[in-house]
Design a protein around this ligand. Sequence first.
Ligand SMILES: NC(=O)c1ccc[n+]([C@@H]2O[C@H](COP(=O)([O-])OP(=O)(O)OC[C@H]3O[C@@H](n4cnc5c(N)ncnc54)[C@H](O)[C@@H]3O)[C@@H](O)[C@H]2O)c1
Length: 333
Amino acid sequence: MQKIILVTGSAGFIGFHLSKLLLDEGNLVIGVDSISDYYDVKIKLSRLRILLQNKNFTEVKLDISNYKPLEEIFEQYRPEIVVHLAAQAGVRYSIENPRVYMDSNIIGTFNILELVKKYNVSHTLIASTSSVYGSNTEMPFEEIQKTETQMSFYAATKKSCEIMSHSYSHIHNLPITNFRFFTVYGPWGRPDMALFKFVKSIKENKPIDVYNNGIMKRDFTYIADLVKAISLLINCIPEIGLKKIESDSLSPIAPWRVVNIGNSNSQNLIDFISEIEKNLNCKATKNLMPMQQGDVKETYADCKLLYELTGFKPNTSIKEGIKEFCDWYSSYY
Ligand SMILES: NC(=O)c1ccc[n+]([C@@H]2O[C@H](COP(=O)([O-])OP(=O)(O)OC[C@H]3O[C@@H](n4cnc5c(N)ncnc54)[C@H](O)[C@@H]3O)[C@@H](O)[C@H]2O)c1
């Protein structure tokens, strides 16, 4: 059945792919994005041009940290579902420029929570990150693990959004799903992320910066798998639960959950780079560097909950995914 879905961050990498999938499924999509200049806006405008070819897509250029104009959008379109992806992303940039993370991630998410409450949205889905697992070393990362030691301000703001959303869900009975994404990659990907930077530098015969001397592992998630998981989770609306407390009486649990979306396969960064080299038919000159501040050595997702809820397991290999990215990069540039 056709739904009215508001997607924030629709000109971004994930928002673009998700909006496209939701439109292909026949939904009406209201895309809200400030088109921030954190990276080349040309790629955001190219993504938007593709979305605007579908008459069911409406573009709204708006900064979500401004409450009033955002409220007008909710008033006008009355979305049934909100997928909130707009954020200031990036671990390193959050050291140099923390205030923009406060404005976009904390104030922006607070505004979204106020509006999904006011307009009684039936399911709100919010992007969080594997970075909230911070310095945890028990692998794979499971949603029930404690997440108290974020290593970057970016991760701290994302963890704060999870907590804020829990309180809104609990107090106002709002169904909310938080996803923790694990290093997402693929065509139309972000120019500030490793795959894009590696391909660009190798093609231009420039050296690539490889942190922690390449001793890093990442659970790389292919974009098509990720947006499929999101579209399936839209229909998995959390319900109010009941929990037994000490006196044997029952206490309500908020209709709220956290779901990892990863590939459940932690890959060595060096193997990832070798796969790029094979595709480009060119050896990279590696600039071996120390660990970056705020970064973590390994991520690895436990995705049992995603499978239990949706019956879906992301499974695109880096071999297939890197090929898709390299083909897209060559055709776009
Ligand atoms: N890509 C990944 O590997 C990854 C991993 C973990 C979590 N995430 C999260 O997923 C979400 C989407 O990430 P992405 O990779 O598509 O990033 P992206 O930067 O490509 O997309 C984010 C979009 O949000 C917009 N935006 C930023 N601040 C805004 C504001 N104040 N108001 C309105 N729009 C604003 C930007 O213009 C951008 O188009 C983010 O919340 C990010 O933190 C991404």
